[in-house]
Design a binder for this molecule. Structure first.
Ligand code: SF4
Length: 280
């Protein structure tokens, strides 16, 4: 059954030359992007702006978050050439900003932290000056793995809280709300620019959203994204509420008044939708 979203989701943008070169470049490279794998509605806009979010460490996740469309099961073998291949893409496409994320790899001894660090290092070598944002899993709370990633000096460290605390047992059973906050707080302790994101529309209350923002502020998060949850497939939980652009704006004003340094909120906002403008 086709899902009909409210009219503010309808966007018409021209497909330009840059869009096509990025799209065909991704296909040719054989690399995975969240943009394509998740069928993100922002691809025309982002590719035209030369924004891409690479998904590293395979396409199969070891966790089972209900709101996420990534395949779950036995994960892929780690591609040791992935860092070099991504760096080549960034160099050839002349990207100036890059987001790297991964599936959760609880099966790996280092939970994938080394691959994040290797991608950062290779991109820096091939395209010095390209700002790299990493969006990582929680590394099961192993702060030494966080250090591994931050030692490679990404521009931004992001880890999404994803949903309000009350939904963790049902929607994010492999995660822990307090552990995600701790990871973000520790990243700040290690002097990173930090970022987190929340999806709304799953049935949470406004007070629960505000409590989440308060907890993220308490963890000294710099940048926050708030976007509309859209089900990735028929099995995923249904949308309980479509927030209007006005309601997103009210949440943005609220978050700004709480002191976040950058707030990106709107129906189509995804964690990697806005480039981080904050500098140290
Ligand atoms: S919002 Fe993120 S995932 Fe979606 S197209 Fe843009 S960069 Fe890709």
């Amino acid at each position: 059954m086709r899902i009909h979203h409210p009219e503010w989701f309808k966007i018409t943008l021209p497909h330009d030359k840059i869009f096509y070169s990025i799209k065909t470049g991704i296909k040719r490279s054989g690399l995975h992007t969240v943009c394509e794998e998740a069928g993100c509605p922002n691809r025309i806009r982002c590719f035209s702006l030369k924004r891409v979010t690479f998904l590293i460490l395979g396409k199969v996740c070891t966790r089972n978050c209900l709101y996420c469309g990534v395949t779950k099961g036995t994960p892929d073998i780690v591609d040791k050439n992935e860092p070099v291949r991504i760096a080549g893409f960034v160099r050839d496409m002349k990207l100036d900003y890059l987001v790297i994320t991964s599936v959760t790899r609880d099966d790996l001894a280092d939970k994938g932290a080394g691959q994040f660090a290797a991608v950062i290092a290779e991109v820096k070598k091939e395209r010095p000056g390209c700002r790299i944002e990493v969006l990582t899993p929680d590394f099961s709370g192993d702060m030494s793995l966080l250090k591994t990633v931050l030692s490679a000096k990404p521009f931004v460290f992001a880890h999404n809280i994803e949903v309000v605390k009350e939904f963790y047992p049902r929607l994010r059973p492999g995660g822990r709300y307090s552990l995600s906050l701790e990871l973000l707080a520790q990243a700040k302790e290690m002097n990173a620019i930090t970022k987190s994101g929340i999806m709304i529309g799953l049935g949470e209350t406004i007070n629960q959203i505000k409590a989440t923002l308060k907890d993220l502020k308490h963890a000294h998060v710099d940048v926050i994204t708030i976007g509309q949850y859209l089900p990735p497939g028929k099995e995923a939980p249904a949308v309980r509420k479509y927030y209007t652009p006005q309601e997103f704006n009210s949440l943005k004003v609220k978050a700004q008044s709480m002191g976040f340094r950058q707030v990106c909120a709107g129906p189509l906002v995804r964690s990697s939708y806005c480039q981080v403008e904050v500098t140290e």
